[in-house]
Design a protein. Structure first.
Length: 449
């Protein structure tokens, strides 16, 4: 049987043919589905969260909802009902706008059909006929309430898993709301599988401590070198290629990211002219790997540079609401990221380390306070979402007070890029404004009559 290279290696939304099962992850996930706890799958981007669900869930065994920064809890519940073929219409008495979150009493009439509700008899002489009639009963349900949504699913006999993709895109308020609703759903037998890009445990438990022991968390990291070797071996057999001579270099270049391994393998095969299963064994060479590294460095580089530029708000602001000059934390954070040794970044940067580092490079170090930096770090994920940085590349763990990279391709990029050149191209939002201000002050005032 012949396979296309893109079906065997690479990153995509469908299950890849070189997927391997890891006992520490796959068995934990399978057991979680049986335990009827809510399931939280988390880890850096492109580390196998979606593939894990595709491997273990039947296509007709789940409903998937894609989350976005604009998604509200009620949008998720409406999507679940639509995908479950539950028809409903909104009540005329719910108010001017069903979208208003404060309208907690808003109702939605849900159409629930009952067949054979009544029987009518008619007699003519010695003959009698009976006619069954169908009656539709309209009941008021509030789609803002997890219990009402659960009742609807139970009435229709829906027992599918609910997969929430990209949970990290939701606003903190919606995440907190869902953390409380998950507790209700779990009691009523509706099981959610939450996929999120973060690296610390107990993210949702921080919102609702009552979820403790009611959720099973499945971290998809770390990936071990032997795992990568198994991925390459499985894909090599399907395509009839040999990575033996460059396998160790390829794995080392991936920086513990299965997504990078997959992409480098695909690009190596393409460079070797392998677009599908080869009739003869093709050896992957150093030149093929070099070509793959250059290709991915270019692709990752363009995206990450744009992310850095978006992260640094170059809109010229000189004051905040308090009237004090801006501290430009986004700029100095990127500067620190590009100057810090990558080995230290991989371990995570503590809040105290970040504070010390920012003060060293800041133009007003005496004004950099721990509280201001803390506020910036607490909102760093939302800042990236607001800047349309998808997926976010860093995340701050409030529990351990560590900042961690969560875009697995960023390590690869930082290893291969000229960090000083990138930093030189990012405009300083404060100093650039100061230069313009000085230029304006030096210009002569227009003559007055």
């Amino acid at each position: 049987m012949k396979y296309k290279t893109s079906d065997v290696f690479g990153v995509r939304s469908q299950l890849i043919e070189s997927y391997i099962e890891r006992p520490s992850v796959d068995e934990l996930f399978s057991a979680a589905l049986q335990d009827k706890n809510q399931v939280i799958v988390y880890g850096s981007s492109k580390q196998g969260k979606t593939s894990l669900t595709l491997k273990h869930l039947a296509p007709d065994g789940y409903v998937k909802v894609e989350c976005s920064p604009q998604t509200q809890a009620i949008d998720i519940y409406r999507s679940i009902l639509r995908q479950s073929n539950i028809t409903y219409f909104e009540s005329d008495t719910q108010g001017l706008s069903f979208e208003i979150a404060s309208n907690i009493n808003a109702g939605v009439k849900v159409k629930v059909p009952f067949v054979g509700e009544a029987s009518l008899g008619a007699g003519t002489g010695d003959k009698q006929t009976k006619t069954n009639t169908s009656k539709e009963l309209y009941i008021e349900y509030n789609l803002e309430l997890a219990q009402d949504v659960s009742e609807l699913l139970r009435k229709k006999g829906i027992e599918k898993f609910i997969v929430l993709e990209n949970f990290h895109y939701l606003s903190p308020e919606v995440q907190e709301r869902l953390a409380y609703d998950l507790r209700v759903f779990q009691d009523l037998g509706v099981i959610f599988i939450v996929l999120g890009i973060w690296r610390e445990a107990n993210r949702l438990v921080q919102f609702n401590g009552d979820l403790l022991d009611r959720v099973t968390e499945v971290p998809v990291e770390p990936w071990l070198n032997e795992d990568f070797a198994r991925v390459i071996e499985k894909g090599s057999k399907l395509l009839n290629v040999d990575f033996t001579f460059i396998q160790e270099k390829l794995i080392k270049s991936s920086f513990d990211s299965v997504g990078v391994v997959q992409e480098l393998c695909k690009q190596c095969c393409i460079a070797a002219g392998v677009k599908e299963t080869s009739d003869i064994t093709i050896t992957i060479t150093d030149d093929n790997l070099l070509s793959a590294l250059e290709t991915k460095a270019g692709e990752y580089g363009g995206r990450h540079i744009r992310n850095f530029e978006s992260f640094v708000d170059i809109a010229r602001k000189t004051s905040n609401q308090s009237g004090k000059p801006s501290l430009a934390f986004p700029f100095y954070f990127i500067q620190l990221l590009l100057k810090t040794d990558l080995d230290n970044i991989e371990q995570g940067l503590s809040r105290s380390t970040l504070l010390e580092g920012v003060r060293k490079v800041h133009h007003r170090p005496e004004d950099v306070r721990s509280g201001d930096l803390g506020a910036f770090l607490h909102n760093i994920t939302q800042h990236q979402i607001n800047k349309r940085i998808q997926p976010p590349f860093v995340d701050y763990d409030r529990g351990s007070k560590l900042l961690k990279i969560i875009d697995s391709s960023l390590y690869f990029f930082l290893r291969h890029c000229d960090r000083e050149a990138i930093l030189a191209d990012i405009p300083h939002p404060i100093l650039d404004f100061s230069d313009d201000l000085l230029t304006d002050l030096d210009e002569p005032e227009p003559a007055t009559r």
